[in-house]
Write a protein that binds this ligand. Structure first.
Ligand code: CTP
Ligand code: MG
Length: 249
């Protein structure tokens, strides 16, 4: 089959294996409820809302794979969307790699989307997929930053003043979100070759940058914010309430 004739199938890997330490004590973050529905289900639905997505691979907390599978079985997805559940790893980077390992043949475009960004609108998902299909090997949705950002030399002890090293011009900075979209082979190659220590990569596009491959930015969305701290739960439930009210009109 020629490249032109080969169908481009798109899958999404959803890392959902984190504990959610910054959210405080409780269930793993992806399983916490937003207006009665687990965050992960919101995130899976947000991906399945795109007609281009044919498969969702959920990377579950290592001890929670069966629970996550049951949860997905209990919440209907569109007919066109298959799903798989695999157990995750110690770091986000490891979890994403385990998700990539589970991709079947025939998938050419891969999105990676944080379960912790449950409210991303479908237009953002489609814009990322379209940019990959138009030929970009790595695409990130991003927004201009509101705060001025400083680079510091981390303090020796928590709470000690930190020395400012640099102030990058704010107009050139972007806060990146997910879903990030990739040519499958490029992302798999990045995960196979880019070694990072400690916490590992918090951003897949950054690993592709390390390969020397070009990464492009498309407009992100305010509602694609990451649920990280307790106040983010309040914001997420407010967004859902606003959507429900708007749907009523
Ligand atoms: N993640 C993962 N496997 C890990 C760590 C994180 O799949 N070992 C996932 C999280 O479930 C989340 C996404 O990566 O959907 C982004 O990570 P983050 O927001 O940092 O979530 P947590 O690591 O769960 O939160 P915290 O850092 O506060 O513990
Ligand atoms: Mg984390």
């Amino acid at each position: 089959m020629s490249d032109e004739a080969r169908p481009r199938r798109t899958a999404v890997v959803i890392p959902a294996a984190g504990r959610g330490v910054r959210l405080g004590p409780g269930a793993p973050k992806a399983l916490r409820a937003l207006n009665g529905t687990p965050m992960l289900i919101h995130a899976v639905r947000a991906m399945a809302a795109s007609r281009a997505v044919s498969l969702v691979v959920v990377v579950a907390p290592p001890e929670g794979a069966t629970e996550v599978k049951n949860l997905l079985d209990a919440h209907a997805l569109p007919e066109r969307t298959d799903y798989l559940v695999v157990p995750g790893g110690e770091t986000r980077q490891e979890s994403v790699r385990l998700g990539l390992d589970a991709l079947p043949e025939g998938i050419t475009t891969v999105l990676v989307h944080d379960a912790a960004r449950p409210l991303v609108p479908v237009d953002t998902v489609d814009a990322v997929i379209e940019a990959v299909r138009d030929g970009a090997v790595a695409v990130v949705p991003a927004l201009p930053v509101a705060d001025t950002v400083k680079e510091v030399e981390p303090a020796g002890k928590p709470g000690d003043p930190e020395q400012v090293v640099a102030t990058p011009p704010r107009a050139r900075l972007r806060a990146v979100q997910t879903p990030q979209g990739f040519d499958r082979d490029t992302l798999v190659n990045a995960h196979a070759t880019v070694a990072l220590t400690g916490e590992g990569a918090t951003d897949d596009a950054g690993m592709v940058e390390k390969l020397g491959a070009p990464v492009v930015v498309v407009p992100g969305h305010e509602e694609a914010f990451k649920v990280t701290r307790p106040l983010d739960l309040v914001l997420a439930e407010a967004v859902l309430a606003r959507r429900r009210a708007n749907d009523g009109f």
